[in-house]
Design a protein around this ligand. Structure first.
Ligand code: SAH
Ligand code: SF4
Ligand code: F3S
Length: 493
């Protein structure tokens, strides 16, 4: 019998992708995924440090495993990802039963580290050198890519995949821990990205999402005077046969250049969807956040996106209750959300992160209940905007890629012989509709008949006539079941 792995992931798309790659490498060692940590020989938590809440969840999960480890001392418990990079000492202190601590730049070493644990019986720690302790090339080297180890069964769908364009971040927004845990920004060679996308297409992938902390800052320097920008990369990937949709997240407002917008407008496979976090609508707050733009710049940038890409959908992130955010500054954020026409916004309460500039320089002076109220108020405004925007789709026919059964509505709805399915438009709108499971992984035309703040409701008008089947036929059921059990419950914490 093979060994059993339980893996839980929190955090952003980077972590979701990393988990897929970790499973890819452990599968090669004969590990199988299980649903219940108590059945596992190896329990891994792929962690996030972006907000305190994400870390608390992991410590609480580790706490519940203390007794289990006493009863079954051979079980290996590992903390991997951003919190492992940031807090080795603290993890050892708060959870001494953890055997493996491995930062995001060292994940390729997990098989070797597991061997060491089994051989010596002692805990193993592998983290990258911090930005402060090492020269840039040293930090860069420790973040080596092992991206080709794709593992389709770890993804929600075999036909959709993330592809990394760069590691790390160089922006240093004052509230953010990411540059210190993920290291400096380093772009992957465009040919490596192209090879990976070809491989994914050969495995039946229809949609790729390029991921980078600031994906639109991508610029690979070939060292001979030539560079490849994100717009060039999109052109390159556009030619890969089999790939039908290309998305990219997340964008930094200052790097939303015209060549990129034109590439989105001109290349039919590139989705008309841009996630461009604003974080705040108040210039003083943006300055303290060191976001490098003003709200006027941001509004002009939005106008430029809409002018150059007709029909584009734009979404955003906001932090409420950042240090020194007054009612008047919060009101400016409300004004921006009320006017900007975002498809949706992710709203977070500010969480001070030790080691960041904001934590060092500014007191966390907005009380928790004020943060909560501002969060709710901003969400209410965004929901009104989303509903209004969604209602403009009623009566239109759109193409969606069918992703699976709708979670919220479960299986068979009363009025229909078919389960309710969910799909996405190229503008990233979620649409639900009744249809047979055989539509999953296919493009269908939907007529939109109703809308809520979160969802479009449609009726199938025509399945995609050019479809070639891409779902794995052999063991398809097994891998889908595994995908569910190992799946990452929280795409964004
Ligand atoms: N690189 C991306 C997002 C990184 S983290 C970008 O720059 O857009 C995802 C989101 O978490 C951020 O957009 C921000 O809104 C939020 N975030 C980051 N640090 C935070 C903190 N300390 N407290 C609360 N929210 C935070
Ligand atoms: Fe964090 Fe800013 Fe970098 Fe995004 S751009 S990861 S918010 S430092
Ligand atoms: Fe992502 Fe969280 Fe790390 S947002 S980069 S998993 S700190």
């Amino acid at each position: 019998m093979g060994r059993k792995l339980f893996l839980e992931t929190v955090g952003c798309q980077m972590n979701v992708l990393d988990s897929e790659l970790v499973v890819g490498s452990l599968r090669r060692l004969g590990y199988q995924i299980v649903d219940d940590p108590r059945d596992a020989d190896l329990i891994l938590f792929n962690t996030c440090s972006v907000r305190q809440h994400a870390e608390d969840k992991i410590y609480s999960a580790l706490g519940t495993l203390r007794r289990h480890k006493q009863k079954r001392p051979k079980t290996i418990i590992g903390v991997i990802g951003c919190m492992a990079q940031k807090d080795q000492e603290l993890i050892r202190k708060r959870a001494p039963h953890v055997d493996l601590i491995c930062g995001p730049g060292q994940l390729a070493r997990i098989p070797e580290l597991l061997g060491e644990i089994e051989r010596t019986g002692s805990p193993q720690i592998a983290v990258s050198l911090g930005r402060a302790e090492a020269s840039r090339p040293e930090v860069t080297e420790s973040f080596e890519s092992y991206d080709p180890l794709r593992e389709p069964s770890m993804r929600p769908n075999a036909f959709q995949a993330y592809v990394r364009t760069q590691f790390g971040c160089d922006k240093f927004c004052t509230y953010c821990i990411v540059p210190s845990v993920r290291g400096p920004e380093q772009c992957r060679h465009p040919q490596h990205i192209l090879a990976e996308v070809r491989q994914l297409a050969d495995q039946g992938c229809l949609e790729i999402t390029l991921v980078g902390q600031t994906v639109n800052s991508y610029c690979f320097d070939h060292g001979d005077g030539r560079t490849t920008r994100l717009s060039d990369l999109l052109n390159l990937l556009h030619d890969v046969p089999g790939i039908r949709r290309i998305k990219f997240v997340t964008n930094f407002p200052r790097d939303m250049t015209d060549d990129l917008l034109d590439a989105v407008a001109d290349l039919p496979k590139v989705c008309r969807y841009l996630h461009v976090p604003a974080q705040s609508g108040c210039n003083e707050v943006l300055k303290r956040m060191k976001r490098l733009y003003t709200v006027e710049y941001y509004r002009d940038m939005l106008a430029r996106c809409r002018e150059r890409i007709p029909g584009v959908a734009i979404s955003s992130d906001f932090i409420v209750g950042f240090c020194g955010e007054t009612e008047a500054s919060f009101q400016r954020t409300c004004d921006l959300v009320a006017e900007a026409g975002f498809k949706n916004s992710f709203i977070f309460k500010y969480s001070p992160r030790p080691g960041t500039k904001a934590d060092e320089l500014y007191p966390d002076d907005v009380p928790e209940e004020v943060k909560r109220r501002r969060n709710n108020d901003l969400l209410a405004i965004q929901n009104r905007v989303s509903l209004r925007e969604h209602r403009t789709w009623i009566g239109r026919t759109v193409e969606v890629l069918v992703e699976g059964p709708s979670k919220k509505f479960g299986h068979a709805s009363d009025s229909s012989e078919f389960p309710q399915l969910t799909g996405r438009t190229d503008t990233d709108h979620i649409a639900v509709f009744d249809g047979p499971l055989s539509l999953i992984g296919r493009f269908v035309q939907l007529r939109i008949v109703d809308a809520s703040a979160f969802t479009l409701f449609g009726e199938v008008s025509e399945p995609d006539p050019h479809h070639r089947s891409v779902l794995p036929q052999e063991n398809g059921e097994e891998s889908r079941t595994e995908a569910r059990s190992a799946r990452i419950p929280l795409p964004l914490v």
